[in-house]
Design a protein around this ligand. Structure first.
Ligand SMILES: [Zn+2]
Length: 102
Protein backbone atom coordinates (compact mmCIF):
# COMPACT_ATOMS: atom_id res chain seq x y z
CA UNK A 1 0.00 0.00 0.00
CA UNK A 2 1.22 3.47 -0.91
CA UNK A 3 1.89 5.62 2.16
CA UNK A 4 1.31 8.84 0.18
CA UNK A 5 -2.06 10.54 -0.17
CA UNK A 6 -1.11 12.74 -3.14
CA UNK A 7 -0.30 11.59 -6.67
CA UNK A 8 3.04 12.09 -8.38
CA UNK A 9 3.21 14.73 -11.13
CA UNK A 10 5.43 15.62 -14.05
CA UNK A 11 8.20 18.09 -13.16
CA UNK A 12 6.56 21.15 -14.74
CA UNK A 13 3.23 20.66 -12.99
CA UNK A 14 5.01 19.86 -9.71
CA UNK A 15 7.01 23.13 -9.88
CA UNK A 16 3.83 25.06 -10.72
CA UNK A 17 2.02 23.43 -7.79
CA UNK A 18 4.88 24.28 -5.44
CA UNK A 19 4.82 27.91 -6.62
CA UNK A 20 1.04 28.50 -6.42
CA UNK A 21 -0.34 26.15 -3.77
CA UNK A 22 0.02 25.34 -0.08
CA UNK A 23 -1.02 22.38 2.06
CA UNK A 24 -4.81 22.09 2.33
CA UNK A 25 -4.58 21.02 5.98
CA UNK A 26 -2.14 23.49 7.57
CA UNK A 27 -1.38 25.94 4.72
CA UNK A 28 2.30 25.04 4.98
CA UNK A 29 4.65 25.52 2.06
CA UNK A 30 5.41 22.66 -0.30
CA UNK A 31 8.63 20.92 -1.28
CA UNK A 32 9.17 18.51 -4.14
CA UNK A 33 10.20 14.93 -3.57
CA UNK A 34 11.57 12.97 -6.52
CA UNK A 35 9.60 9.77 -7.05
CA UNK A 36 12.01 6.85 -6.78
CA UNK A 37 12.72 5.07 -10.04
CA UNK A 38 11.80 8.01 -12.29
CA UNK A 39 14.54 9.50 -14.43
CA UNK A 40 15.16 12.53 -16.64
CA UNK A 41 13.38 13.55 -18.86
CA UNK A 42 10.36 11.81 -17.28
CA UNK A 43 11.02 12.46 -13.64
CA UNK A 44 7.98 12.60 -11.38
CA UNK A 45 7.64 14.48 -8.12
CA UNK A 46 5.26 14.61 -5.23
CA UNK A 47 4.56 18.07 -3.81
CA UNK A 48 4.60 17.56 -0.05
CA UNK A 49 3.93 19.92 2.82
CA UNK A 50 7.01 20.91 4.83
CA UNK A 51 5.07 20.09 8.04
CA UNK A 52 2.80 17.18 7.00
CA UNK A 53 5.30 15.38 4.74
CA UNK A 54 4.00 12.03 3.47
CA UNK A 55 0.67 12.72 5.21
CA UNK A 56 -0.07 15.66 2.87
CA UNK A 57 -3.69 15.23 1.77
CA UNK A 58 -4.06 17.91 -0.90
CA UNK A 59 -3.54 21.53 -1.85
CA UNK A 60 -5.25 24.87 -1.75
CA UNK A 61 -4.16 28.03 -3.53
CA UNK A 62 -1.84 30.45 -1.74
CA UNK A 63 -4.35 33.13 -2.67
CA UNK A 64 -7.13 31.36 -0.73
CA UNK A 65 -4.88 30.76 2.29
CA UNK A 66 -3.75 34.41 2.35
CA UNK A 67 -7.36 35.67 2.15
CA UNK A 68 -8.42 33.32 4.94
CA UNK A 69 -5.47 34.48 7.11
CA UNK A 70 -6.44 38.12 6.53
CA UNK A 71 -10.05 37.32 7.52
CA UNK A 72 -8.89 35.56 10.69
CA UNK A 73 -6.63 38.46 11.64
CA UNK A 74 -9.50 40.92 11.12
CA UNK A 75 -11.82 38.78 13.26
CA UNK A 76 -9.20 38.56 16.01
CA UNK A 77 -8.75 42.34 15.97
CA UNK A 78 -12.55 42.75 16.20
CA UNK A 79 -12.82 40.38 19.16
CA UNK A 80 -9.87 42.04 20.93
CA UNK A 81 -11.50 45.42 20.42
CA UNK A 82 -14.93 44.20 21.62
CA UNK A 83 -13.47 42.63 24.75
CA UNK A 84 -10.81 45.24 25.36
CA UNK A 85 -9.50 45.13 28.87
CA UNK A 86 -11.23 41.89 29.76
CA UNK A 87 -8.27 39.64 28.99
CA UNK A 88 -5.58 42.06 30.07
CA UNK A 89 -7.03 42.85 33.47
CA UNK A 90 -5.47 40.82 36.26
CA UNK A 91 -6.84 41.41 39.71
CA UNK A 92 -5.35 40.34 42.97
CA UNK A 93 -7.41 38.26 45.35
CA UNK A 94 -7.86 41.34 47.57
CA UNK A 95 -9.14 43.43 44.61
CA UNK A 96 -11.61 40.74 43.63
CA UNK A 97 -12.90 40.49 47.21
CA UNK A 98 -13.18 44.29 47.37
CA UNK A 99 -15.13 44.37 44.07
CA UNK A 100 -17.48 41.74 45.52
CA UNK A 101 -18.10 43.90 48.55
CA UNK A 102 -16.04 42.13 51.18
ZN1 LIG B 1 0.49 20.59 6.00
Amino acid sequence: MDEYQVEPMAEGLARDTQAKYVCSQCWGGLYLELVEGTHYPNRSYRALCIKCGAATKGYTTQHYANKARERSAAELAEVRSAYHGLFEKRQTRAEIMHDLGF
